[in-house]
Structure formats: C-alpha cells, structure tokens
Design a protein around this ligand. Structure first.
Ligand SMILES: Cc1ncc(COP(=O)(O)O)c(C=O)c1O
Length: 402
C-alpha cells in the first residue's frame, strides 16, 4: 500500500534513506495525536490500536501529563543521580504506593529495567541463596519478548532476534510457555529466578493456560527461586487489572514496568522489589545517566495519577469485553482464534496478518501484526463506546474485504 499523498511519501523516503532498516512500519505518517486518535500529514484520522506498543494507555497528549512535562521542562529536566532532585523521591513514593512494593529502581527503556531485574536476581542468587559464583540460572519461556540488548536476546527463543548477534550470554534455561511441569523439571539448585510475561504481547498475545502462573509461583516458593514478572506491556491497566499478575493474585518478587509509566511522553521504566531484595544493590552497582531524572519523575507521577484516578484498569476491562465480543461476532474462515484479556487482544488468522492490517488502515484503523499471523488490537485504555463501534464496524468490513 502507498501512503496517500506526495508529502507523506517524501517523509517516508527521508526515513528510508537516512535511517537504519530495522523496522517495517505501516505506511502512515503521523503528525498529531489526541486521545485514541492519530492524524496523518494529510489530516486523515485513524483509531490507534497500537498505542505505541501499549506505552500510551492514557491516550495521546493527555493534558495532565503534558502540563507536568511542560512545567518541569521549564525548571530543571536533568540533574543525573550525582545529586538529589526535588521530584524523584515523590515519584518513587507514588510508584511504590501504586504497585505495592517497598522500593523502585528507575531506568528509561523496558530493556534497561529487565537488565536491572536480571542483575538483581543474580545478585540475590549469589549473596542470599548461595549459588556458586557465575553459575546462576534464570528460567525464561518460549516466545518471550523482554527487549533487544545482547543479554536479553540471549534469553530469546526467536531465531530472528538472535541471528548473527552472538556470542550469547550464558545463564538462561528455557521452558515452553505455559508448561508448569517443564518448569518444575528445569529448576536446579542454581536457579535464581524465573522471568515471565503474565501474557505474552510480542509473542502473539499468548495467554497461558489457567493455573500456570499460580503453579509457577508455588514452584518458586517451594524451590527458593524468585518470581520476576515482566509487566512492561501488560502493566498499568492494559489487561483489565492494574497488573496482569493481579488476575491470578500473584505478587511477583520483582516487578518490571515501563511503557505506560511514561504516559506516552517520555521513556520511563523501573524494577520494583522488597526492601530486602533491593538493598542488595549498593552505590556503583547499577545506574543510568537519565534514570530518575526530574522530567521523567514529573511525567511518571502524572502518568500514574491518570492511571489511578481515571480508573484505566476498569475501563480496559469494560472496553476489552465489548471489543472482544464484537470481534468474535464477525465470522470468517480466515480468523482462527481471538484471544487476550482487557485491551490486549490478538486476532490469529490463517493468512498473513499484514493483509488485515492494511485493510484496516485503509478504513482508518491503525493496527499491526505482532507475529506473522496475529494482529494485535491494543488501543489506549481511554477508548469510549463510539470509537469501539467505529473499530468494530471497520473490522467487519475489513475482514469481509480480505
Ligand atoms: C514485555 C516486554 N518487555 C520488554 C520490552 C522492551 O521494552 P523497550 O522497547 O522499552 O526496551 C517490551 C517492548 O515491547 C515488552 O513488550
């Protein structure tokens, strides 16, 4: 498909000429966003069903988050952690209160927060569990996505993420996602943690079998293994609970968050843990020039306020049920399964999902394939009934046009 105007094509060309070819974006050149809507350079409106991979749960340009950003930008945006700033403590207090943890270590991107969690659980493995030095193992799951650093892709089972990027970091053991018996077999005295997404987003919106997380949690308790949850994509209301682990009444030992913590304005991530666990980090053990900066702290605080005060988890539950019901009402031999929870929904097709993505884009809905045959529907959580009706009407037409 071609972007509709010469201006749009020229902008795409700039990107393609001067950028690395490491993404395959939709032919959509966004100029402006508001709530659940995006506007391209030709003024055409699209319902955003990508939400920057769930980083814009609060909707585009939320006025409260924007105001916090602008105000702090005029004071001091960056100090580094060489000194204290007047925003970080407030942000950490709010983040730990909202999530129910004692302490948070702020970073920027999701991958950095995962790296933080990896260091933390290994440190615990050596200093508390007594694993021999350099022998700690973290159990990860098939089709996971935790980020793109060389350590994190060492924990990936996707050949596409790993090809010609080795040598890889040792210390990861692999178990099929959802296989609790396999997990039990994989635990050794050197296992320090499991790292798990409660629902896999990038892996194709995979919801594990009922009881899997609870059993994994129990196995961790039984074998003195930490349970680290990657809620970078599922967190902050996306799945209809504040965190997807809440659905199973599980409180991870380490909770990793990112994306929506920045309210669509700023990259903010964090690893959260108990006092005892986080105290294993000492000065110099970990850090980031930008992590916890005053601008991020002000934005993060406002982003959390919006999530809580606008009851975004409950809204995702309501809207998700409505969207799911509407999508399932459209019968087509090309649709194999529709799955997910809250507003993290995957439509598995019998044909490449790109085709449906383009059919929707032509009709004013921006949604993208995650795995080859799965289209993800994940609009901002502030979506209202009229936008849901629009989505379902366009979906019906797009499927019929395939
Ligand atoms: C579950 C999960 N973990 C980690 C990441 C990596 O986050 P980032 O792209 O901010 O590094 C992502 C990004 O999609 C994710 O979905």
């Amino acid at each position: 498909m071609q972007a509709n105007s010469k201006a749009a094509r020229a902008l795409i060309e700039l990107d393609r000429t001067y950028g690395a070819d490491n993404y395959k974006p939709l032919d959509l050149v966004v100029e402006r966003g508001e709530g659940v809507w995006l506007y391209d350079v030709d003024g055409k409106r699209y319902l955003d069903c990508i939400s920057a991979y769930s980083a814009v749960n609060q909707g585009h340009c939320h006025p409260r988050i924007q105001a916090a950003l602008v105000e702090q930008a005029g004071k001091v945006p960056l100090t580094s952690r060489a000194m204290y700033n007047d925003r970080l403590g407030r942000f950490l207090k709010k983040l730990t209160a909202v999530t129910g943890y004692d302490r948070a270590l702020p970073m920027n991107t999701g991958a950095e927060a995962i790296e933080t969690a990896i260091k933390l659980v290994r440190r615990w493995g050596y200093e508390v569990k007594g694993i021999p030095d350099n022998a700690a193992e973290i159990i990860v799951f098939s089709d996971n996505f935790h980020g793109r650093t060389t350590t994190i892709i060492s924990a990936s089972t996707d050949a596409g993420y790993r090809r010609h990027f080795g040598p890889f970091m040792p210390g990861f053991a692999f178990v099929n996602y959802g296989d609790a018996d396999g997990l039990e077999r994989a635990i050794t005295p050197n296992t320090c943690a499991i790292l798990v997404e409660p629902i896999q987003g990038e892996g194709g919106v995979n919801v594990p079998p009922e009881g899997f997380l609870k059993r994994a949690w129990a196995l961790c308790r039984e074998h003195d293994v930490l349970f680290a949850a990657d809620e970078i994509q599922t967190g902050f209301g996306r799945t209809g609970d504040l965190f997807a682990c809440d659905f199973d009444n599980i409180k991870p030992d380490v909770l990793v968050v990112g994306k929506a913590l920045g309210g669509g304005y700023y990259p903010i991530s964090a690893a959260l843990a108990s006092d005892a666990l986080m105290s294993l980090f000492k000065p110099g053990d970990h850090g980031s020039t930008f992590g916890g900066n005053p601008l991020a702290s002000a934005v993060g605080e406002a982003a959390l306020d919006v999530i809580v005060e606008e009851k975004l988890a409950a809204r995702a539950r309501y809207a998700g049920a409505k969207v799911m019901q509407g999508l399932r009402a459209v019968q087509s031999p090309l649709v194999k399964e529709i799955r997910g929870r809250g507003l993290l929904i995957g439509i598995e097709l019998t044909i490449p999902a790109r085709k449906l993505s383009y059919a929707l884009l032509e009709r004013g809905v921006a949604a993208k394939d995650t795995h080859e045959r799965v289209l993800r529907i994940a609009p901002p959580l502030v979506i209202e009934d009229d936008a849901i009706d629009f989505l379902l009407a366009q979906y019906r037409q797009a499927v019929e046009a395939l």
